[in-house]
Ligand binder design. Structure first.
Ligand code: FMN
Length: 188
């Protein structure tokens, strides 16, 4: 089973990266193939609502978001990770949601019954709306969303802080285990 994760933080070695790495490690331990894609810091173009993706199964803007879309459609589970920026996700993650979400909808719901999970690193407040933004995308894309033993957040500020968040590490690990458990149920 393929698990594809996207880091929307411009800090490639930051907390979101480390959270996703922990989730993927649990998936890899259970025998899954994993990939972590660094989307943060890329030039962002938003959806133009041109409907040019209809029947074409890709965005007319020929950039990295199409590469992410291809990897998302090939995966069994998609994990989005974003640091909380002003109580929401980063522009890179919002571009993925809007453009990949729209391409999928215009091409018969390409993410149907894939598993979707979201994680967010947050210094102090706003992690819940950031998670909501990502999880709503999964929920209206006909996807299945697993939980963990707390919300998929870490109260972390500087790079390296996540490694001190014992509960956050356990939460990420359990999330990875639940992703694999859910995929096994789906496939049985
Ligand atoms: C532009 C910007 C906006 C931010 N907004 C918030 C916020 O609304 N709430 C908060 O608690 N932290 C906020 N932060 C702090 C980050 O969420 C926090 O440092 C996080 O650990 C960064 O994750 P990373 O290491 O993966 O980049 C913000 C940081 C930046 C650069």
């Amino acid at each position: 089973m393929k698990i594809f994760a996207v880091n929307g933080s411009p800090r490639h070695g930051g907390n979101t990266n480390d959270m996703l790495t922990e989730v993927l490690a649990a998936c890899a331990d259970a025998g899954c193939e994993t990939e972590l894609y660094q989307a943060g810091k890329r030039v962002v173009r938003g959806c133009m609502h041109c409907n040019g993706c209809a029947g074409r199964n890709k965005c007319v803007i020929d950039d990295w978001v199409n590469e992410v879309y291809e990897k998302m459609t090939a995966a069994d589970a998609i994990i989005l990770g974003s640091p909380t920026y002003f109580f929401d996700v980063t522009p890179e993650i919002k571009a993925i949601i809007d453009r990949c979400g729209f391409v999928s909808r215009r091409n018969n719901f390409m993410f149907s019954r894939k598993v979707g999970a979201a994680v967010s690193a947050v210094r102090r407040a706003g992690g819940i709306p950031a998670l909501d933004t990502m999880q709503r995308f999964f929920l209206i894309s006909d996807m299945i969303v697993p939980g963990s033993r707390y919300l998929n957040m870490s109260l972390s500020s500087d790079p390296g802080d996540f490694s001190k968040d014992k509960e956050g590490i356990k939460t990420m690990r359990r999330l990875g285990e639940n992703i694999v458990w859910l995929l096994n149920q789906r496939n049985s």
